[in-house]
Design a binder for this molecule. Structure first.
Ligand code: MG
Ligand code: MG
Length: 263
């Protein structure tokens, strides 16, 4: 069942999303060769708790498994749901940082994939295409369209460039729960799926592989990797439908500020 959000709910999600945007900015400042990914998680937790919010992913349960961190940190061939660790970032890696913030009863969820130092041109191209596919998907979030229109746009944009679109993991509705209906696949057929209406809030999150779409789950029960070992990118925004059109509730503004300063 899809839970449509009131104006007040939407305002609460904007407040969570602002803190989330700032968290991403703090993490973005730290991403460089030589840093252990655990340090990124430590900073994210500190920032979220300092702002009287709660990290949505920390202690998130799926069955009897409990996610141990504030951030999902997914490096190179890891698609999503990797753990922060003592792994030290090195030049040429890519790192997806996925975070959720819970404040005043509502979640916001977003993710960004960074190059660490200089990466191969084909890896840079994967990052750019995945980010652009997110916006191609968001453009379809119009009253009267259907959820399938979002996935179709993402799939067309990325498959045309020879990339693999992960099928096993999808975007989702969110609000009082981190994961609500509807599922928002990154592939699909135009005109299929639930109708898009005002008050809908969804996380759109293309997971795009440089090679084949095939993935598998590590023995830790969380980490998702590409079967061919090639890199995968992931970008995510939380989007609300207001007056018939998409409003991007989360923001990459603070990430972009941090990256501009680092240049
Ligand atoms: Mg996320
Ligand atoms: Mg999500």
């Amino acid at each position: 069942m899809i839970i449509y959000k009131s104006e007040q709910d939407m305002a609460a999600i904007r407040a969570s999303a602002l803190i989330l945007g700032l968290v991403h900015g703090e993490v973005a400042k730290m991403i460089e060769p030589g840093i252990a990914t655990q340090k990124l998680d430590d900073r994210a937790k500190e920032f979220i708790f300092d702002n009287k919010a709660y990290p949505s992913f920390l202690n998130y349960k799926v069955g009897d498994r409990v996610f141990p961190a504030a951030l999902c940190i997914s490096i190179n061939d890891v698609v999503v749901h990797g753990f922060p660790s003592n792994y030290v970032l090195k030049e040429g890696d890519i790192i997806s940082v996925d975070c959720g913030v819970y404040l005043n009863g509502f979640h916001a969820d977003s993710a960004y994939t960074y190059p660490v130092g200089t990466v191969k041109p084909e890896v840079e191209a994967l990052l750019n295409a995945t980010k652009e596919s997110l916006y191609q998907g968001i453009e379809q979030v119009l009253v009267g369209n259907r959820i399938g229109d979002i996935g179709a746009a993402i799939q067309e944009y990325t498959e045309k460039r020879g990339y693999g679109v992960v099928r096993e993991l999808v975007g989702h509705g969110l609000g009082k729960s981190l994961h609500e209906d509807p599922q928002v696949p990154n592939h699909g057929k135009r005109g299929n799926g639930p109708l898009i209406k005002n008050g809908l809030v969804i996380a759109i999150e293309p997971m795009i592989n440089m090679g084949s779409k095939a993935v598998y789950q590590d023995r830790d029960g969380w980490t998702i990797r590409t079967k061919d070992g090639k890199p995968s990118a992931h970008f995510e925004h939380t989007v609300g439908v207001i007056n018939g059109k998409p409003e991007i509730l989360t923001t990459f503004k603070y990430i972009e500020q941090a990256l501009a300063l680092a240049r």
